[in-house]
Design a protein around this ligand. Structure first.
Ligand SMILES: [Zn+2]
Ligand SMILES: [Zn+2]
Length: 186
C-alpha cells in the first residue's frame, strides 16, 4: 500500500460538510456550527475521535489512503458521537449505545460498527532476533526470541541423520545493518 499523504490541522471543507450533515440530522445549530474537523497526524491505529466538550472531531490522515468514502464514513461516525451527546443533554450515555446508533441512522450510516480502529490491518511485526548456524552460516530471523535449543535443520539432516546436534545450534547474532540485504525469513 502506498504511504498515505500526511495532513494536519483544520480541514475547512470537511468542517463545512459536517455542519451540513449535523443540521440535516436535526442537531442544534449552535452545536453543529461550533464543530471543527482536524487532521491529527499523531494518530496511529485510531481512525477518529470526537470530543463533545469542545465539539472537535479529529481524523487520522491515514484515512486519505483509503479513499474519500472512508473519510466520510469515519466523519459521520464521529459526528454521531456529538449528536448523541447533544441530544442526551446532561444525561450520561454509553459511547456506542442506543443513542449513538440512532444518531448514526440519522447521519446516514445505519449499522455502523462500534470501533475506532482503522479498517486496515496493522503492519506485520518486524523480526528483531537474528540467529546463525555456526557451520553453514545460514541466518534466520524471528519476531520472538528462540527459547528452546534449536539447530540448523539443513546441517542436522546433512551430518546427523536429521537429529538435533548441538554443533549446529543457532547462535544469536546482531541484526544486519540497515540497508543490507535481508536474510530469508526462517
Ligand atoms: Zn465511536
Ligand atoms: Zn547449518
Amino acid at each position: 500500500m502506498p504511504l498515505p499523504p500526511r495532513r494536519s490541522g483544520l480541514d475547512e471543507g470537511l468542517t463545512m460538510m459536517v455542519h451540513e450533515w449535523l443540521i440535516q440530522a436535526g442537531a442544534p445549530a449552535t452545536g453543529a456550527r461550533q464543530t471543527n474537523v482536524v487532521w491529527n497526524a499523531r494518530m496511529r491505529t485510531t481512525a477518529g475521535t470526537a470530543q463533545p466538550g469542545t465539539s472537535r472531531i479529529e481524523l487520522n490522515p491515514a484515512l486519505l489512503g483509503l479513499g474519500e468514502a472512508e473519510v466520510h464514513r469515519t466523519l459521520r461516525h464521529e459526528a454521531a458521537h456529538l449528536l448523541a451527546h447533544w441530544r442526551a443533554g446532561r444525561r450520561r450515555i454509553p459511547t456506542h449505545g442506543t443513542e449513538w446508533r440512532q444518531a448514526c441512522v440519522d447521519l446516514g450510516i445505519p449499522g455502523e460498527r462500534a470501533t475506532h480502529t482503522l479498517p486496515f490491518p496493522r503492519r506485520k511485526m518486524a523480526p528483531k532476533y537474528f540467529y546463525q548456524c555456526p557451520a553453514c552460516r545460514l541466518t534466520v530471523r524471528r519476531v520472538r526470541r528462540i527459547t528452546r535449543a534449536t539447530a540448523c535443520l539443513r546441517c542436522c539432516q546433512a551430518h546427523s541423520g536429521g537429529h538435533f546436534d548441538s554443533r549446529f545450534q543457532f547462535r544469536r547474532i546482531p541484526p544486519p545493518a540497515a540497508g543490507s540485504a535481508q536474510p530469508p525469513a526462517g
